[in-house]
Unconditional design. Structure first.
Length: 316
C-alpha cells in the first residue's frame, strides 16, 4: 500500500468516527478501514464485528465475490497472503498454486487494486571466490517479494472470515470469535507496522527518502528500513502488544543491524503501550520512541472534508 493511500484511509476513518484515542483508532481501523462506514468506536470491537460484518455477511460476501469474480484461486491466494508471511512464493505453496496459475491470480488481484507488491531489497548471494560455488542451501534460496493489502477490511475478511466461512454461513460464530480473540494483536501488528512507516517518513518529510519499507532476507527481518538522500539510515521495530517495550528490543534490533553491516543514524521503536523507564532515559538523537498517541501527528494537516469513498464504490 502506498503511504499516501494508507494515510488517506487513516484520516478518513478518523474524521468519520472520531475515536477517543489513537490506540482505538488503530485497532478499529485495522478491521473496518476502507469500508467507508460510520463506526461507533465507543462500542466493543467484537460487538461491532457481529453487528456490521457477521449480521450482514450475505451482502458483504456477495460484494467480495464480485471483487474476486468468485474465483477460487483468487480467494485462496488472498487467504494465504493474509494469514502467512506475505511472501509470494510461500503464499503460492500455501494456496496450492504454481507459478503459472498463482502468477495469474496475483496479477488479477493487483490490477483489481486489492493488493500491491512490496519489492525485496535483498541482494543476490555471491561467492567470495569468483570461481567458487555457493552452498546448496544458499544457492536454493529464492528472493521473494511480498504483498500488502490495499484495504485493511479486505485483509480482515481473508484473515478471519473466509477461513471460517462455512460456520459463519450457518450462523455459528463461536470458532470465528475464538480465532479473533487469539490472533487479534498479531493481526493488527501489520497495520501498525505500515502506519509506523507512514509516521516515520512523515517526520522525515524535509529529507528526500530514497528507499523505505520492511527489509527481509533468508535470515533477518527488520520492520522498517528507511534510507535518505544524505545516506542516513533509519531502522525501526514495531510492537503491538499489551505490555511496555523494554531494552531487549533495542538490543535485538542492534544485533540485526550488525549482521547486515548497517550503521543506523537513528533507531526507532514503535509501541502500542509505551516503553520501560530505562528506554525512556536513553531517548535522544540515536533512539526515538513512539507510542500510540504519537500517531495523532498524522491528522494535523488533514480536515474532515478529506474523506474517501466506500470501498466497494471504488472497486465495482
Amino acid at each position: 500500500m502506498t503511504n499516501a493511500k494508507l494515510l488517506e484511509q487513516f484520516r478518513s476513518f478518523y474524521f468519520r468516527n472520531f475515536p477517543d484515542d489513537m490506540e482505538t483508532q488503530i485497532e478499529y481501523f485495522a478491521i473496518f478501514g476502507g469500508l467507508g462506514l460510520e463506526i461507533d468506536t465507543t462500542k466493543p470491537i467484537s460487538f461491532l464485528i457481529e453487528d456490521i460484518i457477521l449480521q450482514n455477511f450475505d451482502e458483504l460476501n456477495q460484494k467480495i465475490e464480485q471483487l474476486t469474480l468468485n474465483e477460487t484461486n483468487y480467494k485462496r491466494l488472498l487467504t494465504a497472503l493474509a494469514i502467512g508471511d506475505r511472501r509470494i512464493f510461500s503464499a503460492f505453496r500455501r494456496a496450492g498454486l504454481n507459478n503459472g496459475n498463482g502468477g495469474g491470480a496475483l496479477n488479477f488481484l493487483q490490477e483489481k487494486g486489492l493488493i500491491q507488491i512490496e519489492y525485496s531489497r535483498e541482494e543476490p548471494a555471491k561467492s567470495l571466490n569468483p570461481d567458487g560455488k555457493l552452498k546448496k542451501e544458499i544457492a536454493r534460496h529464492r528472493i521473494s517479494h511480498k504483498v500488502l493489502f490495499t484495504y485493511p477490511f479486505i485483509r480482515f475478511w481473508f484473515y478471519f472470515i473466509y477461513p471460517n466461512i462455512r460456520h459463519i454461513k450457518n450462523g455459528d460464530y463461536e470458532k470465528f470469535f475464538k480465532d479473533f480473540e487469539t490472533k487479534q494483536n498479531s493481526y493488527t501488528s501489520l497495520v501498525f507496522e505500515e502506519l509506523s512507516e507512514v509516521l516515520l517518513n512523515y517526520n522525515l518529510r524535509d529529507a528526500q527518502i530514497l528507499s523505505s519499507g520492511s527489509y527481509w532476507d533468508a535470515k533477518i527481518e527488520i520492520d522498517i528500513l528507511t534510507v535518505t538522500n544524505k545516506e542516513k539510515v533509519y531502522v525501526a521495530e514495531c510492537k503491538w502488544t499489551n505490555h511496555r517495550v523494554n531494552k531487549s528490543e533495542l538490543h535485538k534490533l542492534q544485533e540485526k543491524c550488525e549482521k547486515l553491516d548497517i550503521e543506523p543514524y537513528q533507531v526507532v521503536l514503535f509501541s502500542k503501550r509505551g516503553f520501560s523507564k530505562e528506554l525512556k532515559q536513553m531517548q535522544g538523537k540515536y533512539l526515538a520512541l513512539y507510542s500510540s498517541e504519537d500517531f495523532e501527528a498524522l491528522l494535523k494537516n488533514a480536515s474532515n472534508t478529506q474523506l474517501i469513498g466506500n470501498l466497494f464504490e471504488l472497486n465495482i
